[in-house]
Design a protein around this ligand. Sequence first.
Ligand code: ZN
Length: 505
Amino acid sequence: MNNQTQDPKLQELKTRLLEVNDLRSASSLLHWDQATYMPSGGAAARGRQMSTLNRLAHEKFTDGAIGQLLEDLRPYEESLSFDSDEASLIRATRRDYEEAVKVPAEFEARFSDHIAAIYQDWTAARPNNDFKAVQPLLEKTLDFSRELADFFPGYEHIADPLINFSDRGMKASTVRALFADLRQQLVPLVEAITAQPKTDESCLHGHWPEAEQFTFGRKIIKAYGYDFERGRQDKTHHPFMTKFSLGDVRITTRAKEDDLAEALFSTLHESGHALYEQGINQDYEGTPLANGTSSGVHESQSRLWENIVGRSRGFWNHWYPLLQQANSNLSNVSQDTFYRAINRVDRSLIRTDADEVTYNLHVMIRFDLELQLLEGELSVRDLPEAWHERYKSDLGLTAPDDRDGVLQDVHWYGGTIGGAFQGYTLGNILSAQFFDTATAAQPKVPQEIEQGQFSTLHEWLQENIYQHGSKYTAPELIERVTGDPLSIEPYLRYLRGKYGELYSL
Ligand code: ZN
């Protein structure tokens, strides 16, 4: 975005957007600190500090002056091409602005106080397996979610506005149809695989000193292209990626000394999110363009680097001998045994531990329950039972309690009911569609992966996806990059190819 040719009003808009961004970044930094180094005594004040910053950011962003600037900039925007950075900035800002002003500040404040309260209660209720303790607050969350959706009248399904917050352009009906198709193909695949003898994964459970695990993971993500001059990695309980500017994109990881897979694959996963953010055009700094475009596209990048690359056979041709050198536990374990262990498919109760094949079934259960709750077809009181029934019918499993049932994920206890989960499966689907397109354009990618080289793949993603940030919505981006709308076919081909070989189907 060249400063000389800019309209002065656009310059003023950018100055205001930077201030909003600074407040939000400060809040993100407080959150990162809370999740990594903050002593527990800081918790109460920290919650208040973040909520103050978020309130100020919201007030600044919804200021009528921004609305006026966006109005004044209409003719300028119309004189530019859709693809230009300036037009895209105005378009993305207008979209966010129009959304933000529909939600009254008074609602934001009430909802944010409520979230702080339920999150706090959930952190105690989960270890105590006490759903009843959070049930009244979760009922309130459902009311809040409905109230929020109703600020966006004209929807087809009440979940649509909530889905649109994280996956713009998607609706309950489109996601439902997509998931129904996928499910129909996935269920027989899961059945065929789980009818086979269980894979031995004991090689992953020796003793793995934490520092060693971090060192090995760092080597891989450096090779991926994660830039430690513009990021860092720290320890946390629940891994995440966060960004304070395009020059400071951080990841967090947790390690288990008796489980090699935990830190390794969560590091690869979060690095995928970070590569996306580090790759955004630097000129977009501090504007609404400087973010990944949707939760589905974001997740496509974490899953691509974690699974399609990091759990592939070719990848380990290069890295397995290095892993064996780093830890003697594996000296007598063949690469094939290790490869099978990290790709073991098994029905399980916990979403975050699920393998590539069953993972989406976990997501679909949550997505369906969210819709039923919002529709009023299911009450919060009956939710634990509905959860157990779905696990029984979809995965053939019964959780011994609610801790590993309806209390397992933070999402409903830290945000809305609705829109929280579909992005994970959209991401899985998209990861294969993008990777297919990348390898068609650059056929040497698989061979490079076998040699521990990732620059061609990284550059392709950078050029086609990362640099654009939020310039295009997910549907626009997918069409532009792959020439097709979102499709489950590449993902099904990927799963059938990989697991067909692994399980001799
Ligand atoms: Zn993720």
